[in-house]
Design a protein around this ligand. Structure first.
Ligand SMILES: [Mg+2]
Length: 229
């Protein structure tokens, strides 16, 4: 008996790459307007990633804190004093996150979520920094955990353990829906969860086989039904 359905977000419910590109463009425009003394732009800031992670390795998997720290570092390197840099980096990050959450759902995503929310506890487990409240999904999702919250990204099991303990579900009572054959499907299968692989891009499978594989989210409710029969 299935009680809980967990979702990966990026590339499962929407395409993430165009969103990140647009969010970085908006961040760049904001920096040019608000911080004209910056010697870095979004492209040159990518070169600071390694430097920041070598000084603060704990940031490697904290996508939001890492990006904020890179922006702050770029400002300090541009001669902006530390206190002002901290405030400006927070404001810059708000611009980025606002744009990062302007997503366009794949066809069928919202109808499937609305249907499934009537019968199951839904939630999100993500390595990224999409925010279900900003996305308008909080109405349907009763939990959302990020790698940043739990301290370790998929394929570590921490996000799945967190969802199971939060919902008091046993592994076989939860279905996980994701696009990545290794990070999502193999990890969830090896923890004893049931799985639906959203393989809209015809990727090769990982080490394990999903219970159901779909190409379009319109088919998700039927896939869930056939697992839960
Ligand atoms: Mg994904």
């Amino acid at each position: 008996m299935i009680k809980v359905i967990g979702f990966d977000l990026d590339d499962t419910l929407w395409a993430v790459r165009p969103i990140i590109i647009r969010a970085e463009q908006q961040l760049d425009a904001w920096l040019k307007a608000e911080v004209p003394d910056m010697i870095h732009d979004v492209t040159s800031m990518r070169g600071l990633r390694e430097e920041v992670v070598s000084q603060r390795p704990e940031l490697a998997h904290q996508v939001t804190a890492l990006r904020r720290t890179i922006i702050e570092t770029a400002m300090v390197q541009s001669g902006i004093d530390a206190r002002r840099a901290r405030q400006l980096a927070t404001d810059a990050m708000e611009t980025f996150l606002h744009a990062r959450n302007q997503i366009e759902f794949f066809d069928g995503a919202l109808p499937a979520i609305r249907t499934l929310a009537q019968d199951y506890t839904l939630g999100a487990l993500t390595n990224g920094n999409a925010d279900i409240t900003r996305l308008g999904l909080a109405t349907y999702f009763s939990f959302a955990f990020s790698a940043e919250d739990v301290g370790a990204p998929k394929p570590e099991p921490d996000l799945f353990h967190k969802a199971l303990s939060h919902t008091s579900a046993r592994p076989h009572e939860m279905i996980y829906v994701g696009d990545d054959p290794q990070l999502d499907i193999d990890t969830a299968n090896e923890l004893g969860l049931r799985t639906v692989w959203v393989n809209s891009r015809n990727k090769p499978p990982g080490r394990t086989i999903a219970d159901e594989t779909i190409e379009h989210l319109e088919d998700l409710p039927a896939a869930i039904r056939s697992i839960n029969k």
